[in-house]
Design a protein around this ligand. Structure first.
Ligand code: FAD
Length: 466
């Protein structure tokens, strides 16, 4: 009998694993259980679907279900929820179409992803209050936006339609999803209130980036409420206002984007160890503490390349990469899932922000580093070449070893690919001196002779020698 590889969860991690395993060994019996109807979708595109840059929800699908079934010969079963894992008997319990049954496995991958955190706010269940994580939530949000807010038919106060120019919406949480949603709503001509309980937006990007982004958000008309804790939602039959500690703000739609929690319960209830983050603890091959059970993606931890400690940074490439590696491993070719550097980027209206590695001083010290940082501003192009703009680069190094620890950047162009240079340096364990000596591409339309990354490394190198 052929080896049976069962996957729970049909998105980035799960479908990458299933596809790779089948590609490497077509004799494998690969079964995927996905509780929803969508598979292989790009949730990352949901803010742009709400904004209108992406027209159809289907456009976010990378590979349609039929292609997995017919071209890749994967037994993909949508509408099938795995409710339990019996690691002793090596079987899963599945619920589908009102029935419950068990299915055996030889190797199991838990790729159940994460879910949007729903704070216990009053009025969280009012029509007009949304989280944004699943495809269904994106579809509901856009429909409500179009029919109840933009069409000017919302029952909520202050909702007079975009044509009036002052229908108000709220975004709770200044993380990357919150900022992308602020842009999406502003694009529709709505008055946007963004509430963040911390002193800054984009907390993982550090205050240097946040300062610049916050100024820009205000410039483009976003009403920014920092240090402001939302307490609940008010409305008769539908959302009418957002209540904070001290005020109430009219809003006919609100998106709560306060982070995600790993869907680790399925694995935990089967006895798999969880890490401090609450996500599934895995080794370098994505193996859990249960025999023949792997985990990958937003439900699992990963090893941080700078600290070599487990970390939880739920992002798309990490999920795809780990899934692919596990798909290879189950065919008998052990392949590490790879380390992460926490590299992330976000578009904030006309700005690009990015970060990688360890930026936070306390965190760096906890891991035994003595962090030193510099922040420089340089031009994105040669000074004489038209169209350039400032890029602000913060670079962090370790005083004792000279090693690069992390970086953040913000500017109007060329930011994400420049952060990738530093991310590469982190994966290579490079020192600030080595970063400074890199032979990077130069031509006037693309960078100054000394790229801003090199300039930051030169300045930090000097400071490390002090
Ligand atoms: C709005 C938004 C914007 C984002 N933007 C970015 C970005 O710009 N860059 C970036 O890197 N990342 C981004 N992400 C994160 C990225 O989408 C995730 O990291 C990625 O989808 C993780 O893939 P995954 O396969 O681990 O989990 P998921 O995509 O969450 O998929 C898990 C699947 O498992 C299914 N499932 C769960 N439990 C069960 C069960 N018991 N039985 C059967 N099926 C189950 C779920 O229905 C789901 O389909 C964004 C996410 C969102 C929501």
């Amino acid at each position: 009998m052929s080896h049976r590889f069962v996957v729970v969860g049909g998105d980035a991690a799960g479908m990458s694993a299933a596809s790779k395993a089948k590609r490497e060994n077509s004799d494998l019996d690969v079964v995927v259980f996905e509780k929803g109807e969508w598979v292989s979708y790009g949730a990352c595109g949901l803010p742009y679907y709400v904004k209108g840059d992406v027209e159809e929800l289907e456009d976010l699908v990378a590979v349609p279900p039929e292609a997995f079934r017919e071209k890749r010969d994967i037994d993909l079963r949508t509408g099938h929820e795995v409710t339990a894992i019996d690691a002793e008997e090596k079987q899963v319990t599945v619920r589908a179409n009102g029935e419950t049954f068990t299915e055996p496995y030889d190797t199991l991958l838990v790729a159940t992803g994460a879910r949007a955190i729903e704070p216990p706010f009053d009025g969280m269940d009012l029509p007009g209050v949304f989280t944004l994580h699943s495809m269904e939530s994106g579809e509901r949000l856009r429909e409500y936006l179009e029919t109840e807010v933009l069409a000017g038919t919302a029952t909520g106060g202050g909702s007079r339609g975009a044509s009036d120019g002052d229908a108000a919406v709220a975004v709770i949480g200044g993380g990357y999803v919150g900022i992308e949603m602020a842009e999406a709503f502003a694009e529709h001509g709505l008055e946007v209130h963004l509430f963040e309980m911390l002193p800054h937006v984009l907390q993982p990007f550090g205050p240097e980036v946040a300062d610049v982004v916050e100024e820009h958000l205000r410039d483009v008309g976003v009403n920014l409420h920092l240090d402001t804790r939302v307490e609940g939602f008010l409305g008769e039959g539908a959302l009418e206002a957002v209540e904070t500690e001290s005020d109430a703000y009219e809003a006919s739609l609100a998106v709560v984007g306060v982070g995600v929690a790993p869907n680790a319960e399925l694995a935990a209830e089967a006895g798999a160890e969880l890490g401090d983050s609450g996500a599934v603890a895995v080794d370098e091959y994505g193996r859990t503490s249960l025999s023949d059970v792997f985990s990958a993606g937003d439900c699992a931890e990963a090893t941080h390349t700078v600290t070599q400690a487990p970390d939880f940074v739920p992002l798309a490439l990490t999920a795809n990469r780990a899934g692919r590696a596990i798909g290879q491993t189950v065919t008998g070719d052990p392949t590490p899932v790879g380390e992460i550097a926490g590299t992330a980027t976000v578009k904030a209206f006309d700005l690009q922000a990015a970060r990688t590695g360890i930026l936070d001083e306390a965190r760096a010290r906890n891991h035994g580093f003595d962090p030193v940082n510099v922040t420089i501003t340089a031009s994105s192009r040669a000074h004489y070449y038209p169209g350039g703009s400032d890029i602000q680069v913060t670079l962090v190094g370790d005083r004792e070893t000279g090693r690069v620890l992390g970086s953040s950047m913000v500017g109007e162009e060329g930011v994400p690919k420049r952060i990738d240079t530093v991310a590469t340096a982190l994966h290579g364990g490079m020192t600030v001196q080595e970063l400074q000596n890199l032979d990077l591409a130069y031509a006037p339309p693309f960078s100054p002779t000394w790229d801003p990354v090199l300039t930051a490394a030169k300045v930090l190198g000097g400071k490390l020698e002090d």
